[in-house]
Design a protein around this ligand. Structure first.
Ligand SMILES: [Zn+2]
Ligand SMILES: [Zn+2]
Length: 301
């Protein structure tokens, strides 16, 4: 008698998925990661984050509410294990490139000491902690804080190389991240095959010639903050891209163009004024009935 399982195809896939889900350790890891993701992140909620400001659906009214109430965005509650895995992979990739740059002495920024828990700025790889003298093995790179206090903007760049007058952004490109950030790009490289539509990874990577638009907008804002508020001389950002599917890499340069950030800086100034006077701005995404981001706050009232 032919078993349902050995027939293959969809039934086999279903069986394998069920078997995976039934493995208690695998399930426990997923629960562990999701539980950690749902705990408060410790991310500052009293500032505007550049990563949110550059999104096409950044709502000024939601930002106003968040600055007043200092609560985390609800999208955090809708996370999945795959999404958390993508984030984690991104962190690991940052660490790798930052380690190489540290070994080369080409990385400036904040450094954190595991012994005294202090932070200090250093323009190259420090030999010891400036606060307590602990040796360099106790130090980890804590990236480049970019703050505009009057505008209540707070961000962090992945790196800064004084020798290159450049900020550094480290990015992972994978099918998972493209699915979230650039579905239309992935779609363009999806080709029909005998087993259904499949992305043509060779062509996709070959044609990848510039950073994703959201990454460009974000780094332009970072360069604005670096130049105007942090006194860091930068005229470019060097992007380092790691392609998850093949481990191939690419770099791109984005030169500083102040005009990119003008509208975002004006919007931040207007939101800060609204908070100071306690007068809510209008939703800029849907001025009639509001957008999902600001309606979430209306529902809480
Ligand atoms: Zn120390
Ligand atoms: Zn809105």
């Amino acid at each position: 008698m032919a078993s349902r399982v050995v027939r293959g195809g969809h039934a086999l896939t279903e069986y394998l998925n069920a078997a995976k889900a039934a493995e208690p350790l695998y399930g426990d890891i997923q629960k562990h990661v999701l539980e950690a993701a749902l705990r408060p992140s410790g991310r500052r909620q009293d500032v505007l984050h550049p990563s949110e400001m550059v999104k096409p659906d950044w709502c000024h009214l939601a930002a106003f509410h968040r600055l007043r109430l200092e609560v985390e965005p609800a999208e955090k509650r809708r996370t999945t294990f795959t999404r958390e895995n993508i984030f984690q992979e991104g962190h690991e990739t940052h660490t790798k490139w930052q380690r190489w740059l540290t070994e080369m002495g080409r990385l400036a920024g904040d450094w954190h000491c595991a012994v005294c828990d202090g932070y200090f700025w250093h323009d190259t790889t420090p030999a010891h902690c400036h606060e307590c003298g602990a040796p360099s093995r106790c130090l980890t790179y804590a990236e480049v804080p970019l703050n505009a206090h009057p505008l209540r903007i707070g961000g962090t760049a992945d790196g800064y190389s004084p020798q290159d007058a450049a900020l550094i952004e480290i990015k992972t490109l994978g099918l998972g991240s493209l699915r979230y950030e650039r579905p239309e790009y992935l779609e363009r490289y999806t080709v029909p095959t005998d087993v259904g539509p499949v992305p043509d990874l060779t062509r996709l990577w070959r044609d990848f010639r510039r950073p994703l638009p959201s990454a460009v907008r974000q780094t332009q804002l970072y360069m604005y903050l670096a130049s105007h508020f942090e006194d860091l001389p930068v005229d470019r950002t060097i992007f380092l891209y790691d392609f998850k599917s093949t481990q191939e890499t690419k770099s791109f340069v984005v030169t500083y163009d102040e005009s990119f950030s003008g509208p975002l800086i004006e919007a931040a100034a207007a939101i800060v004024d609204c908070v100071a006077t306690d007068i809510a701005p209008r939703c800029n995404i849907n001025s009639g009935s509001g957008c999902p981001s600001c309606l979430e706050f209306e529902e809480q009232k």
